[in-house]
Design a protein around this ligand. Structure first.
Ligand code: ATP
Ligand code: K
Ligand code: MG
Length: 675
């Protein structure tokens, strides 16, 4: 059974696997520990991961990157529109309001959802893991940003299913990081919690999480974020600076040329990395556009001045995280900096002044999320023994419930208050006489990323009708599950014998809160066995009648179950095409190699076993095949290549067998003499 953690970043993916000796990061075909999150559609096959990234400049309009940005996002969201402006592929609004990606592939116009593209990446990473581990891979834990809404979480799960995986948990990136930090530490105080702030600055976002550690236990106190602040924003500052410079200096407008934009952006990212280690850095691009070579230069100090707004913005989520955690800065034991975007020295300085201490880099900045996810996967896996450790995460948004467009009055105004531990279940009792609707919403739009919908789902509870037109109790179980997805799990009618006595009860009353922690055993508890409320009901069974009511849930946006199945089928076909093309390339290479090999043998080993006439005929055949390979036969099917190889073999085989016979005779003679 596979025990895998995936970190699918906006730029880089990392796979970690738990083995009995510990957690290992798996290498890709290029022996790298990070794989670009890119899918490129070539002429006849897809190129995934590193191969996809290599095609970006050659084939920009069919190379899809930054899907994390687009998945579960609304096309009309102005922030999404800003993102799309930087991406060279074609998009439109999907029927569900999401993003649809258009491209040309296999002589057809194709459309894909971001979940499908992410599914392709998952399939690629799964294959990579299987190749490394030499076992089938399916069970896994996947890192996600804490700011992901319900529809984004569902889309990540869909993508994983499309890619052939079985995600046991979507885990907040920083929670995974914190788990990897805390589980090995044995020196935490028993009585007072040790508070650690995790700051993860990646390619597109910044996430801050405050965690209280105790022996054998970690509790997330708060999550905060800026989902538009990451390494790419620093690249963009450089990009704009040089685009303006080059307009002045060389009279070129890079904005008018897709390829030039991509190349300049790539160079700016490299330049930024150079500036992390050097006080100044040059930028040279040959033939950027209009056949002009461009040269530039920038000092680190000037770069930092250009970025001062971005650097300033980092303080906002930091303050928020500490305030929401309810601690003061002097109660922080350590600030841990992760994510490769954080390697800019000015970020370190900014955080030092904010927290009054130098942040530490105890963890591997690019691998910690995947490692933490692999650990969590091991904890959820019944056959894997992991140190007893409790992870208590908190949900970053308040969740509310509406019925008939009005908020349902609940004890603290909402169903789950922001910061509530999860997974958890709440059972609420409503009084209704007929089919009704419940709408789940994020109650406070200020908690959410800008432009994101606060609507989660709309459910119909029913049909049911009560005989005597009186209101009855309807118990509704709402589950905020291990992925941070909220569902109405079930509803049931409770008819009491003397229900008329209860007629004047307030319409919404009892809310029972069952918090479950998320260690391995508790997860199963959450999934299968009912909470303690049920036990209480059982005891009153004598007086009540309980009847299940159908709950039909409609989530806003995302893929239907049929849609996921279709996408799985589509993925299977696309993968088959890739395999076919890989095999074709292999056969072509074999034929080519045979030509060269035979030509060499004619001059060496075959020399005395073929007549001049035979040699000439074979040489002619080899030359013909070689010419054909570079011309008409450049792009043929697998069958044609194998056919050509067989034809050649027929001519060469007689010589080969004469040579072999002679070789065997010589060996026999040698053996005889040796005795
Ligand atoms: P996200 O977490 O936002 O989804 P990600 O996990 O793919 O994205 P990371 O791999 O953590 O992102 O970080 C990628 C970013 O780090 C890129 O913007 C890259 O340019 C930047 N980066 C990498 N090395 C350095 C460096 N030495 N100096 C500055 N920035 C760097
Ligand atoms: K990453
Ligand atoms: Mg990341």
């Amino acid at each position: 059974m596979s025990v895998i953690g995936f970190d699918i970043g906006n730029e880089n993916c990392v796979i970690a696997a738990a083995r009995h000796r510990g957690i290992d990061v798996l290498l890709n075909d290029e022996s790298n520990r990070e794989t670009p999150a890119v899918v490129s559609f070539g002429e006849k096959q897809r190129f995934l991961g590193s191969a996809g990234a290599a095609s970006a400049t050659m084939n920009p309009r069919s190379t899809i990157s930054q899907v994390k940005r687009l998945i579960g996002s609304k096309y009309k969201n102005p922030w999404v529109q800003d993102d799309l402006k930087l991406l060279p592929f074609e998009t439109s609004e999907a029927p569900d309001g999401g993003v649809l990606i258009h491209l040309q592939y296999l002589n057809e116009r194709c459309t894909f959802t971001p979940a499908q593209i992410l599914g392709m990446l998952f399939a690629h990473l799964k294959q990579m893991a299987e190749k490394n581990l030499e076992i089938p891979v399916s069970d896994c834990v996947i890192g996600i940003p804490s700011y992901f809404t319900d529809v984004q979480r569902r889309a990540y799960l869909d993508a994983a299913h499309i890619g052939g995986l079985r995600p046991l948990r979507l885990m907040h990136d920083c929670t995974a990081t914190a788990l990897g930090y805390g589980i090995y530490k044995t020196d935490f105080a028993d009585s007072v919690p040790t508070n650690v702030v995790f700051v993860d600055i990646g390619h597109c976002d910044t996430q801050i999480t405050v965690v209280a550690f105790e022996q054998g236990h970690m509790k997330v106190l708060s999550h905060s974020f800026d989902n538009h602040l990451g390494g790419r924003d620093f690249d963009e500052v450089l990009f704009k600076y040089f685009a303006a410079k080059f307009r002045e200096q060389y009279n070129i407008d890079v904005y008018s040329n897709t390829r030039a934009c991509i190349r300049l952006r790539t160079s700016c990212e490299k330049l930024k990395k150079v500036l992390s280690a050097n006080a100044e850095a040059p930028l040279n691009i040959e033939c950027l556009m209009d056949e002009k070579d461009v040269k530039g230069f920038i000092k680190r100090e000037d770069f930092e001045n250009l970025c001062s707004d971005l650097l300033e913005r980092i303080s906002i989520p930091c303050h928020k995280a500490v305030t929401d955690a309810g601690i003061s800065v002097d109660k922080i034991y350590s600030v841990e900096l992760v994510g490769s975007g954080s390697r800019i020295p000015a970020i370190m300085r900014k955080l030092s002044s904010l927290f009054g201490r130098e942040p530490r880099r105890t963890l591997n900045a690019s691998e910690c999320v995947a490692r933490g996810c692999a650990l969590q996967c091991a904890m959820l896996c019944p056959t894997f023994r992991v140190r007893e450790y409790e992870v208590q995460d908190s949900f970053p948004f308040s969740i509310g419930l509406q019925s008939g467009g009005k908020n349902i009055t609940l004890p603290n105004g909402v169903l789950f208050l922001k910061g509530h531990p999860f997974p958890c279940v709440k059972v609420l009792t409503l009084h209704r006489s007929n089919t009704f609707h419940l709408e789940i919403i994020y109650a406070n739009e200020n908690d959410l990323p800008v432009g994101v919908s606060h609507k989660v789902s709309y459910s119909t509870i029913g049909p049911f009708q009560v005989s005597n037109a009186e209101k009855v109790k309807v118990k509704v179980r709402v589950h905020l599950n291990l992925h941070g997805i909220v569902t109405i799990e079930s509803a049931s009618l409770i008819e009491e014998e003397y229900s008329s006595n209860n007629a004047n009860l307030p319409s919404e009353q009892r809310v029972v809160d069952n918090h479950m922690t998320n260690g391995a055993a508790d997860y199963k508890f959450a999934e299968s066995s009912p909470s303690t409320t049920h036990a209480a009901d059982e005891t009153r069974k004598g007086k009540t009648r309980r009847q299940n009511v159908t709950v039909s849930e409609n989530v806003y946006g995302g893929t239907t179950r049929d849609g996921v199945r279709e996408a799985q089928e589509k993925e299977r076909m696309l993968a088959e095409q890739d395999i076919k093309m890989e095999r074709t390339k292999e056969k072509k290479n074999t034929l080519e190699a045979f030509v060269y090999d035979t030509r060499n043998k004619l001059l060496s080993s075959y020399r005395s076993f073929a007549t001049e006439e035979e040699k000439e005929r074979i040489s002619r055949n080899l030359q013909e095949t070689e010419d054909w390979l570079y011309e008409d036969g450049d792009d043929e099917s697998e069958l044609v290549y194998t056919g050509r190889l067989e034809d050649l073999r027929k001519v060469v085989d007689p010589i080969e067998s004469r040579y072999k016979d002679e070789d065997a005779r010589a060996q026999a003679t040698r053996n005889l003499l040796n005795c």
